[in-house]
Design a protein around this ligand. Structure first.
Ligand code: ZN
Ligand code: ZN
Length: 296
């Protein structure tokens, strides 16, 4: 077995770019340094900000919370119980374990308490409704409880597959919107993706090296999303052209202004039902959960 580049220990991981073997200890240090550099490069976070980290039970959000706590940021955890049979129970248990290990507050919001329904009750496009729901509930909680920023675990593989999907469909409107930092506006908090430049595979190895609790349980409603295929293409390409994902993303960051469609007359307003910031008369959350019917 190949030895670590920096010491006599056996390797834990072989990095492709830069090409080197690292033992567990040096890999953890390498990983945390890369996150630190990303945070500095994109001016993502400050130590005096109150940070809410989205944790679903999966490795990405959990590793995000873990590394931020280790780097000395002021974090609390936020979890949504979607009421999905088995999956939600396992997820909640795992999230509780993480909060205990990190010794940070955990906030849990039950979808049913707010909408009267769970994801089990939704027919049709559960995945897109789930995305809308999570974004809304997290922002609302953060906004109402004095947080400055929301951190999610989206990683490099997520970003490149979303970008590729938007190129393949020429979704120009969305194509300019993949950013590591979305600034706050109206009642929307700042949103940060600390793993924007970090490969999914490295996050998994980090979570395992650090003994971070996480579950690999998958929601049974998860669509066989086309973006999963894009991930596979990228990983195939990566074998022949190491670092292609990162290069694709940095090229995108240099060129994404080309896709910016500014509508200067556009103004956000307050949702007539819930009062949160909305593009239309009623926000998408209130629309998908049909909350307007109750209030009339
Ligand atoms: Zn070593
Ligand atoms: Zn609303």
């Amino acid at each position: 077995m190949a030895k670590c580049k920096f010491c006599d220990k056996e390797n834990y991981i072989k990095l492709k770019s830069p090409n080197m073997y690292l033992c567990k200890e040096y890999f953890v240090e390498y990983f945390e340094n890369r996150v630190k550099k990303s945070i500095e490069k994109y001016k993502m976070l400050n130590k005096d900000e109150k940070i809410l980290v989205a944790v679903s039970g999966g490795k990405d959000g959990h590793a995000a919370a873990w590394v931020l706590k280790k780097l000395g940021y002021n974090i609390e955890l936020f979890h949504i119980n979607l009421g999905i049979k088995d999956f939600s129970e396992i997820s909640l248990e795992t999230v509780k374990k993480l909060a205990e290990k990190l010794e940070v507050p955990l906030h849990v919001v039950n979808l049913k308490d707010i909408t009267g329904k769970t994801m089990e009750d939704v027919r049709g496009k559960k995945c897109s409704i789930c995305g809308t729901t999570k974004r809304y509930l997290m922002n609302k909680f953060g906004y109402e409880n004095g947080f400055d920023v929301i951190v999610t675990g989206h990683n490099l593989d997520d970003e490149v597959s979303f970008i590729l999907n938007n190129i393949l469909n020429w979704n120009i409107r969305y194509l300019a919107k993949h950013e590591p930092v979305l600034p706050a506006h109206d009642k929307f908090l700042k949103k940060v993706k600390i793993f924007f430049e970090i490969e999914e595979e490295l996050i998994l190895k980090y979570a395992e090296a650090e003994g971070i609790p996480f579950t690999t349980a998958k929601c049974r409603f998860a669509e066989k999303a086309i973006t999963l295929k894009h991930r596979a293409y990228f990983n195939e390409l990566e074998k022949e052209r190491p670092n292609i994902k990162y290069q694709f993303l940095s090229g995108y960051m240099k060129n994404r202004h080309l896709f910016k469609v500014e509508d200067e007359n556009f103004q956000f307003r307050e949702c007539e039902v819930c009062g949160m910031t909305s593009a239309g008369r009623i926000c998408s959350f209130c629309r998908v959960w049909k909350l307007y019917k109750k209030k009339k």
